[in-house]
Design a protein. Sequence first.
Length: 448
Amino acid sequence: MPLPIITIVGRPNVGKSTLFNRLVGERIAIVSDIAGTTRDRVSGDARWNDERFLLVDTAGIEAEDEVDPQSVTGLGATETLLSEVQAQTSTALEDADVLIFMVDASQGVTPKDIEAADIVRRSGKPVVLAANKADNFEREMTVSEFYELGLGDPISFSAYHDLNMSVLMDAVLGPLDTGDEDVTDDSIRVSIVGRPNVGKSAMLNAISGEERAIVSSVAGTTRDSVDTGYVYKEHEITLIDTAGLRRRGKAGIGIEKYSVLRTMRSIERSHVALLLLDATEVVTAQDTHVAGLMEDAARGAVIVVNKWDLADEKQLEREKVERDIRGRLQFLEGAPIVFTSAISRSGVNRMLDAVLRVYENWTRIVDPGDLQRMLLDALAEHPIPTGGKDDVRLKSIIQTKAAPPSFVFKVNQPKKIHFSYKRYLENRIRKEFHFEGSPLRLHFRTRV
């Protein structure tokens, strides 16, 4: 399932960034008593109990007379900043699955709350009304006045003091469908990801043979994801072309900032992700960031070196480039590397063949008997170091799921399995059963 998006909205200075930091677990958003500190939308991967989701913090829904044009470097007009803030908030509302509408219990209902609530109601999205800073009896008693906003029952809590958070999050996660995805769709979903201007849209066009996406030499032309159906060797493929990623802090203020969130969601929607690299600049920090998103999502991976038609001009050697990629993207170990040119369409079929292999590996179920024999052979060739009466004993292995392939080892002392031995077992499984391009998930438990 693609990760649901939960977006925190409300007027400035009601504590949105404090709640964001509480749920994400890092001080990503700037927290300040100055209204309107958060000018840009900030997103993070969050988890509550066993539910994982993308959390989005937004700039407040600000009125023109609240904006100080000197508070943001490089913007010299109130109108410019206001339009950017409104564009960000509009995009946040559009992408959200559930909205947390925050108000300040210490101040009661304000005219700005009423204006913001009207915008939220028009979005048609599920809304949870969250009355923050309700950290004493008097403030809790005033929460009922927020009923006049017409957004349902207000929930009193305090993000700063971690009060009543479980009640709030139960209400937020309630409207989300976190069940298993409908498996009736046999299409292989492939996301095309990478930093701006590496040729993602050109690659989509090279695959589909149609000018479905706008191709431009200007970085960041693609703002939204575009799905394209395609059939290759009797396999239905859905191509997801995504907006490019920029380094955090370099995207500037505006719509470009949100391509990160949409790229993350596109990866989550896919079965296999194509990581496009630029042959003339391999590998950048932005590339490793995108690869990290792919690894976190546990999707199949194919590394695509685009613009290889420039290899002779740039005096590039295939073996050297491949070694560089393997060294910099070690967490995508086993992912096939394909050299292509979207402009000339060279290597495109090899890339699609790699997609089919990786998808097959990502969805593979291994025979239980073969798994057990692999474990016995692995233990015989490289036994677990002994330690007297506290010997660690691996007893069995089972595969619990595919997509990604996940395995559970029954062991008497899970905490004593060293990282290096876990790595050895993962490499053994990958080599034995040819899991090219597929992440593996290994778990060690006393019971299976």
